[in-house]
Structure formats: C-alpha cells, structure tokens
Design a protein. Structure first.
Length: 301
C-alpha cells in the first residue's frame, strides 16, 4: 500500500472509483467519464495500490465491488458531492447538473403514477440532471438511505432513524382494476358479494396475504386469489381477458387505467388509508440537486 497522504493523491481517481462502482464496467465507466478504457484501467491499478485492495473483481456480469469498495463508496461519493456543492455555492443559479444524478427510492406503484410527471418537471427545473428510480419499501427504506444507495424515498413510513428527515405528502386509498369486458354495460361499481365472487390478483412481496384478506377476515369472508405478483407493472397483462380483479393503491390504479384502458371501480370493502411520506438523509439537503428533486416531488402531491 502506498503512503496514505492526500498531498500525493490524484483526486481524479475518486471520480473513476465512483463511476466503476455505479457502472460495474470499465468500458461504461470510461464512456461516463469521457476517457478511454485504458485510462480507467490505469486508474483502477492506482486505486488498488492506494487502498491496498482489489476493490473490483471480474465476474460473469462485469466488475463486482469488494467489501472494502462498498465501505469506501459512501465516503467517496459524499466527498465528491461536497465538491459539487461547492461549485453550486459559487453560482447557485447556473442550473448546471451535467453528470449529476439523484436516486429516488419508491415502489413501482409510485413509479408508475409519478415517474413520468417527475421526469418532465426535473427536465425544466434541473436540465441534464438524471433521475434514478430504485425499488424500495417501508421495511428497508431507512437502511437504503443510510447506505446511500438512494438520496430520497417515497414510502408509507419507515423514516424513524434520527439521521433522517421526513415530510408527509398525503394519504392513500385503494381502487379496483378490472378488464372492462368483464363488466355489464353501464356497470360502474361492485357489490361486496360480486367482489368476493371474482378471482383476485394479489400484489404482495410475500405472495400469500394482503390487506384485502385481513379486512375480509374481519367480516368473516374470504376470497380466491388466482395469482400473485410482486410488481404492479404486470397487472394489465394479467387482468386483460379475465374475470379477475386487483385491488391496488389509488394513485397506481388511476395511472394504469389511463394508460391501458382497464376499468376503475371503487372498492366495496372498507380498507384503512395509509400515509405517504417523503424521506431523506438530513445532511443531504446541503445538495442543491437533492433539494430540486425533493421540492418537485412535494409539488406533484
């Protein structure tokens, strides 16, 4: 390992490290940085010498970070973001977000409902800023934020860590999605009996029990689940041409119905509403790029 002295260190190596960790490929890192692949390979050799570790090892799917590389990533990204913030302080109105990205953690129902509108807003508010959508949910969101794999998150809770801040965006409810061909002409609702008699598609990370089952159990009722999926995006393909229905968060149901022509029906079963919250690392609000995206999300709600 070389002598650990920042005076002798080429700080451009940190940009190469960040690109390699994000892209998992020397060729893609080179494209991102606008340099040759041989320059990235040379920088990686110097990084390995500097940190006394392989940092990235070749696998069948590209370059995989070592434990040391994963430990270094948040520290190095924070350092680079501080440099980017310093440039924004000199000219905060320049709106130059070339090469910047903000990772937003959210489940795919929020991505379906908000993603395109958020992209359009950021295109006007922060040109050249790249949005990265990453899947998360309330059970894992705090860890993802603290590990810096995401910068902001939309979830129904999970932001209790003292180093996190949160803002309540609103409350959510539920609607039913069905193939309109399975409805009578002019039909705009379902009785509870008709709701229970239909086959259901469950969206659940576990795949067995959902909030609908819990609410039906309180009434002494059960439903038949013909299939379950972990993602909302598959629903149009699973519902079309069937008699099945899916009970999903209203924001996703409305977006899916608009795009696919599925019919939207009120849910005849009383279901509890849930909070929708926006969370972030409190320290991240020093970054103008994160502020831009946070304010745009709040505006969409």
């Amino acid at each position: 390992m070389s002598q650990m002295n920042i005076a002798n260190m080429d700080l451009n190596l940190l940009k190469v490290f960040e690109a390699l960790h994000d892209e998992a490929s020397a060729s893609r890192a080179a494209l991102r940085l606008g340099v040759t692949q041989s320059a990235v390979s040379a920088a990686l050799r110097r990084l390995r010498e500097l940190y006394g570790d392989q940092l990235f090892v070749r696998t069948g799917r590209g370059l995989a970070p070592t434990l040391r590389a994963d430990q270094l990533k948040p520290v190095i990204t924070d350092a680079l973001n501080k440099c980017r913030q310093s440039l924004a302080m000199v000219d905060p109105l320049q709106n130059d977000y070339e090469g910047r990205s903000v990772a937003v953690g959210l489940s795919d129902d929020f991505e379906i409902a908000l993603g395109r509108r958020l992209m359009a807003l950021i295109e006007t508010r922060a040109p050249k800023l790249r949005l990265i959508f990453r899947q998360t949910h309330s059970q894992i969101v705090a860890r993802a934020l603290m590990e810096r794999t995401i910068d902001l998150a939309i979830a129904s809770g999970g932001f209790a860590d003292r180093l996190l801040s949160r803002h309540v965006l609103g409350e959510g409810g539920y609607l039913c999605l069905v193939d309109p061909a399975s409805l009578r002409e002019g039909q705009h609702d379902l009785t509870l009996k008709a709701f229970v008699e239909r086959e259901h598609i469950l969206i659940s990370s576990g795949g067995f029990i959902g909030i609908v089952d819990e609410s039906l159990a309180n009434l002494g009722l059960t439903r038949k689940v013909c299939a379950s999926t972990t993602h909302f995006a598959a629903l149009p393909y699973l519902l079309k041409g069937t008699n099945a229905l899916a009970t999903v968060p209203s924001h996703a149901a409305e977006a899916i119905a608009t795009l696919t022509g599925l019919a939207l029906l009120p849910c005849p079963l009383p279901l509890p509403r849930y909070p929708i919250e926006l969370g972030w690392r409190t320290s991240a609000l020093l970054d103008p790029a994160v502020i831009k995206v946070r304010d745009a999300i709040a505006e969409l709600f």
